[in-house]
Design a protein around this ligand. Sequence first.
Ligand code: GDP
Ligand code: ZN
Length: 462
Amino acid sequence: MAIEFDTIAAISTPPGEGGIGIVRISGDEALDIADRVYQLGSKELKNQKSHTLHYGHVVNPKTNEQIDEVMVSIMRAPKTYTREDVVEINTHGGIVSVNKVLETVLHNGARLAEPGEFTKRAFLNGRIDLSQAEAVMDVIRAKTDKAMHMAVTQLDGNLSRLIRNLREDILSTLAQVEVNIDYPEYDDVEEMTSKLLVEKAVLVKAQVEALLETASQGKILREGLATAIIGRPNVGKSSLLNMLLKEEKAIVTEVAGTTRDVIEEYISVKGVPLRLIDTAGIRETEDIVERIGVERSRKALGDADLVLLVFNQNEPLTTEDRLLIEATDEHHRIVILNKIDLDNQLDLDELNTLVDPKSIVHTSIVTQEGLTELEGKIADLFFAGNTGEKDATYVSNIRHIALLHETIDAFDDVIEGIETGMPVDLVQIDMTRAWDLLGEITGDSVQDELITQLFSQFCLGK
Ligand code: GDP
Ligand code: ZN
């Protein structure tokens, strides 16, 4: 059942410099439109085989102006990203010519695609499900290898398969219940049916809960663990940061803020992506504490999932150090005693009473001592040693998490309904609700507005 769509086009490569830009066209008229703007002698793309590549020029048909030298690939439905006819025009003249090619395509019959519209079509045409479409978005945004891996695993359909299995499980029970209600041949059919419902509710609920338990890790993998490096001036914060950045290949991305652009830095420590907070301050040797004082750094720390608290063990603890300990008491914290290549002047016995001794690591940036241990502690803190599960299914998407919580509520209603002796056909409604809610994750049961809203979060050209 093909759905009728007009033909859309957009630039599908990221904006900015770059040798090649791709204009993607999708829809019934993709080949006709491409032929209107493409020239290579008398060759018509329409008559070429699917999944072939052609060299030529994009030309404005009205003025005959040559716009760019291009490679055009044509892919006929259904084996395409959108399951529609797709033409991709590879330009190589930089951003100006990509824009001009797009403009020409739009003047010759295509409509500018909305953000996410290509992926939306892939979904509506049944090539991918909703959680896979969301994974496409995650792949685009992934900031670390682990986040990318998680998104790709989801794109591959891991989460969808798991959810579909749970739904099938529920559905078979509902079918059984239906049969029992329709053919109440035995006296104890009501009791049997209740038992069936409650058992299934308990079973599937446990599986949903297990999935939800991966949520906090999933969120971390996706967004990075918000990490603050704090400590008095000169204890070695910048040195530590630079060393981590160098060793782990920093990924620096620009995030458009509302009032100004902030730079976020990501590092991956044993697969745990850290999103470093306020590194600009640290880089200028004027760190959070110096700049805004302990009282306000407490506030700035509010968003941190992890605090790396750095001391110079070549000096005794100061009042400011003690205030910093207090300010970070509620956080996941690793206490770094730096400069162990120098004399020890810090009273370790006292420190042990102030912080968890297990959270302390001794390091030297100069000799590189203790750095492996530091990385190990960071990883342990969040995965309890489970970092190795490469293909584990994580939920990380806020929408999925909310739906899973609602599903659990529905199961609770089933269980409670049976316990309080509610009629089976009423309990059945709650069970069906659980089935529906799970279906919203994969998009098997989902409303139009939600789809529109979801896909509008995509980048242009995807
Ligand atoms: P920050 O103000 O906390 O960012 O401290 P910096 O990273 O700027 O370091 C202050 C000084 O301490 C610099 O001269 C560093 O070279 C030095 N330093 C940092 N780590 C170590 C270390 O482990 N051992 C020694 N001996 N010096 C260090
Ligand atoms: Zn510094």
